[in-house]
Design a protein around this ligand. Structure first.
Ligand SMILES: [Zn+2]
Length: 174
């Protein structure tokens, strides 16, 4: 049986279905798309993961009682936040923050990495960095940023004569 990263991180699943914060679609709890060791949202055009971005369908339904017990595949279900769900979101934010060594908004991440906003979203697009969404805001993992900064510095350090060839990652003014 496949081990779900979500269960390893957050304990046993209580719902049969999960809802993705990135694409607002639902899937069965055992579904995911494996992308470089990461268990991602099963919908191919989505860059959410099945750990921090997956919400128990039951809690989405609690705030949205008109939603069906069994969600339809591919249908977008908007999340309307009630007091209870905001409380849960705040708890998840705190959890993710601990796990990620802190969460940083985009503007701060571009500042810390000395990258343009466009370059930052390219890095997310390519899977080097990941968005974590809370309160309708996109955050980045401080752990990922620190890791990326390290790689970037190494790539930028000249060794021997001439360039490392890795121009792409050396756009830092450090
Ligand atoms: Zn998704």
């Amino acid at each position: 049986m496949v081990e779900l990263h979500r269960e390893q991180a957050r304990g046993k699943d209580r719902s049969k279905y999960f809802w993705c914060l990135h694409c607002e679609r639902a899937y069965e709890r055992t579904e995911f798309r494996l992308v470089e060791e990461l268990q991602m949202c099963p919908y191919a055009d989505c860059n959410g993961d099945t750990v921090t971005d997956a919400w128990e369908w039951n809690s989405i339904r609690r705030a949205n009682p008109a939603y069906p017990r069994v969600p339809k595949h591919g249908v977008r279900y908007a999340m309307y936040r009630d007091e209870k769900i905001i409380k849960e979101e705040f708890a998840r934010y705190r959890e993710a923050s601990v796990r990620q060594g802190g969460l940083m908004i985009q503007a701060n991440a571009t500042f810390v990495l000395n990258l343009s906003k466009q370059r930052l979203s390219d890095l997310v697009q390519s899977g080097r960095l990941h968005w974590h969404e809370f309160f309708d805001t996109k955050f980045l993992s401080c752990r990922e940023i620190a890791g990326f900064k390290k790689v970037k510095r190494k790539a930028g350090r000249p060794f021997g004569k001439g360039k490392t060839g890795n121009v792409d990652e050396t756009d830092s003014a450090e």
